[in-house]
Design a protein around this ligand. Structure first.
Ligand code: NAD
Ligand code: UDP
Length: 338
């Protein structure tokens, strides 16, 4: 832990769901954290625990536009640049597809240039969406994917693919040391109730007693990773001194159908909600499961929080129990320390 003290981390997208948990972890690890966020989907409330951290700053700016002087200032000079800035849920990233694409491409370029100028290590939050609707199962990093480049998900999928290309071009040219994490569906406290993804929708609908919306017949699969495990993986990947020479999958390999997830949430919340079917969105992937052999070998990483425990934590949070710190959350929800 202490070897990280004295370093400054810039976290773009740090006011969002994953970014804010990452800020907490980095601060606990002794780093000074500067968060750069446009607040498009992020919230100040997610950073309440950071307000007490020495040196913490929130800079509000859009990474697809010119970076603000505060971030470019030689006095800031980050040692680590994490790029998590991009809306992640389909309704949010499809609301302004051109902006999503520009966030992925121009935003990633701007942050890579900053990393180059500061000699900082750079981590890109990529996604399992680079695999599209996969023909190979489970997905390994050497699978090139099956993405529709013109459909409604393309602004995100292709934007993230182009961002990966930029990262590895910078790395090949010796312009920046890069780490690329392909993140699979992650859930937990601080997801927005209007996020639109399946876990936040189903949990908030079940708690409110509203109809549970299942898109299609519910037989499509996903593999859900609890947020604490995921940000631990991101921090390990950034810390890893050996060049991984490629992207690294981070996700929980336990795969289940959307129908199974709904049943589990209904049981855990004892909800009277009924299930209603809605049309399956265009290009919705049929199945998803990460092969995490690379992350295990390179980072000694594997998820530790099982679905039951992660959902318990998430349900408590959506039900309104929102302790500021992780320790308080664990104590309140009876969850073992990580
Ligand atoms: P989120 O929407 O909660 O967080 C994204 C953050 O980025 C928000 O705070 C938002 O305000 C900010 N942002 C968006 N566009 C920006 C811009 N142009 N300039 C500056 N800030 C901007 O999403 P999340 O779930 O926390 O996802 C974080 C990252 O991880 C994203 O890059 C996403 O693509 C990636 N990811 C997430 C998941 C997941 O399951 N949560 C899966 C795969 C990849
Ligand atoms: N989904 C659903 N009901 C919802 C929201 C999503 O059935 O209220 C489905 C969605 O169609 C997809 C799966 O759940 O098949 C996961 O969706 P999510 O948006 O969480 O993630 P992604 O598709 O990006 O993996």
């Amino acid at each position: 832990m202490s070897r990280r003290r004295g370093l400054t981390a810039l976290v773009a997208g740090g006011a969002g769901f994953l970014g804010s948990h990452l800020c907490d972890l980095l601060a606990a690890d002794g780093l000074r954290v500067v968060c750069l966020d446009s607040m498009q989907t992020g919230r100040r409330d997610n950073l309440r625990s950071m307000e007490r951290e020495p040196g913490f700053e929130l800079v509000e700016a859009d990474i697809s536009e010119d970076l603000p002087a505060r971030v470019l200032s030689p006095r800031l000079r980050p040692d680590l640049v994490f790029n998590l800035a991009c809306p992640a849920s389909p309704p949010h990233y499809q609301a302004d597809p051109e902006h999503t694409m520009m966030t992925c491409i121009l935003g990633t370029r701007a942050l890579l240039r900053l990393a180059e100028a500061s000699r900082a290590r750079f981590l890109q939050a990529s996604t399992s969406e680079v695999y599209g609707d996969p023909e190979v199962h489970p997905q390994r990093e050497d699978y090139w994917g099956h993405v529709n480049p013109t459909g409604p998900r393309a602004c995100y999928d292709e934007g993230k693919r182009a961002a990966e290309t930029l990262c590895f071009d910078y790395a090949r040219a010796g312009r920046a040391e890069v780490r690329v994490a392909r993140i699979f569906n992650t859930y937990g406290p601080r997801m927005r109730s209007d996020d639109g993804r399946v876990v936040s929708n189903v949990v908030s609908q079940a708690i409110a007693g509203d109809d549970i919306t299942v898109y299609g017949d519910g037989s499509q699969t996903r593999s859900f990773c609890y947020v604490d495990d995921l940000v631990d993986g991101l921090a390990r990947l950034m810390r890893c001194d050996a060049d991984p020479r490629g992207a690294v999958n981070l996700g929980n390999p336990v795969e289940l159908t959307v129908g199974d997830l709904v049943e589990r949430v209904l049981r855990m919340t004892r909800s009277p909600s009924r299930v209603v079917r809605r049309p399956l969105p265009v290009d919705d992937p049929r199945r998803r499961r990460p092969d995490i052999a690379r992350a295990k070998a390179l980072l000694g990483w594997a998820p530790r929080v099982d679905l039951e425990e992660g959902l318990r934590h998430t349900i408590a949070w959506f039900a309104g129990d929102r302790p500021v710190t992780k320790d308080a959350a664990r104590a309140a929800h009876g969850i073992a320390a990580a």
